[in-house]
Design a protein around this ligand. Structure first.
Ligand code: SF4
Length: 333
């Protein structure tokens, strides 16, 4: 009698033993997963969840972000409400005053959220704002919270300064595969983004980097992205599902189905068995507003962004924590 299903059992056996998927098993997975539905998909989700329990444990990693600087971005990311190439209703504001950022971090810390990411729009945070950003990182780190930052394509010197201030991790999504990236952004290259991760790695700065799914990418693109993140040694993999925003180039892109989003999480857990697979933006768009929207957490994920996202609303933190406990996760007090 199989534990999950004959196929899922065979695929996850090496992962439960501490290894990675072989090339052959990856091909078999790519053959089955995109068309798995009903009981076959449920079995793969339970198998990915078992890999999660064995490889990274039951304690969920919660994080929250603040949009410290919003809009007015010169980049042309096809999905982004903050791009100056799009006409959207996204808020526009300069880098917030430090007390506003540290107060938001303190509120999340008090609610049991361990990581706080400061996010700024734009290709790279300008030098004039870097000193203020480094002060905020230092203030948050001093409280015992993990202070993360997402300031774009920063120079090595800027990353050194943030690290010295107490940066816990640098966040910079690759978004999609190298091959598909030019369909999503033309004002920077995939290599520009990957170089940021390489610089972080060389400086010993932990890397949080993942992708946005539902852009029209193929399964091969998803696999390529996962393997690039594996090689880049990202410890945390944010998984975002597209919320098509009016006024952006992807406004008409269909929202992923719940099953397709679950398949993506399963794929990432099976290709990246010992990383934090962190469900971030687009969860309510794909999975709805109720606790059902924790379904990806039962498909192999172990991290969750709580509170609001950059330009869309999130779920209630209390509801998320209650739902996670029902799924068997250990949540912070
Ligand atoms: S994703 Fe970032 S870099 Fe791209 S347009 Fe939006 S704010 Fe600018």
């Amino acid at each position: 009698m199989p534990l999950f299903s004959a196929f899922a059992d065979a695929i996850v056996r090496p992962l439960l033993a501490g290894g990675l998927l072989s090339d052959t098993d990856r091909d078999r997975l790519l053959d089955e997963l995109p068309r798995a539905t009903g009981p076959a998909l449920d079995a793969l989700a339970r198998a990915a969840d078992a890999v999660r329990r064995v490889r990274v444990g039951n304690t969920v990693s919660l994080c929250a972000i603040i949009s410290a600087k919003s809009g007015r971005c010169g980049e042309d990311c096809a999905f982004c409400a903050q791009s100056g190439h799009h006409r959207t209703a996204a808020p526009e504001h300069a880098f917030l005053a430090p007390p506003e950022i540290t107060a938001a971090a303190a509120a999340m810390h008090a609610a049991g959220v361990a990581r706080f990411g400061i996010v700024a729009s734009g290709k790279a945070l300008p030098e004039a704002e870097l000193a203020r950003a480094a002060d905020v990182v230092a203030a948050i780190a001093a409280t015992g919270m993990a202070a993360d930052a997402s300031f774009g394509v920063l120079s090595r010197d800027a990353l050194v300064r943030l690290k010295a201030a107490g940066l816990a991790a640098y966040h910079h999504n690759l978004e999609t595969s190298r091959a598909f990236y030019p369909h999503i952004c033309t004002t920077r290259t995939f290599t520009d983004n990957l170089d940021v991760l390489r610089t972080c790695k060389s400086l010993g700065i932990p890397i949080c980097s993942g992708g946005l799914f539902g852009l029209g990418e193929s399964w091969a693109d998803r696999v390529d992205l996962a393997l690039t993140l594996l090689e880049a040694e990202a410890f945390s993999i944010p998984v975002n599902f597209l919320s098509p925003i009016p006024g952006t180039r992807l406004a008409q892109q269909p929202v992923l189905s719940r099953d397709e989003a679950r398949r993506i999480v399963i794929l990432l857990r099976l290709l990246l068995p010992d990383r934090q697979i962190r469900i971030c933006g687009g969860r309510p768009t794909v999975f709805g507003p109720t606790t059902d929207n924790l379904a990806p957490m039962a498909a192999g994920a172990d991290g969750l962004m709580v509170g609001d996202y950059l330009t869309t609303n999130g779920a209630s933190l209390d509801a998320d924590k209650a739902g996670l406990e029902q799924l068997g996760f250990v949540t912070p007090p």
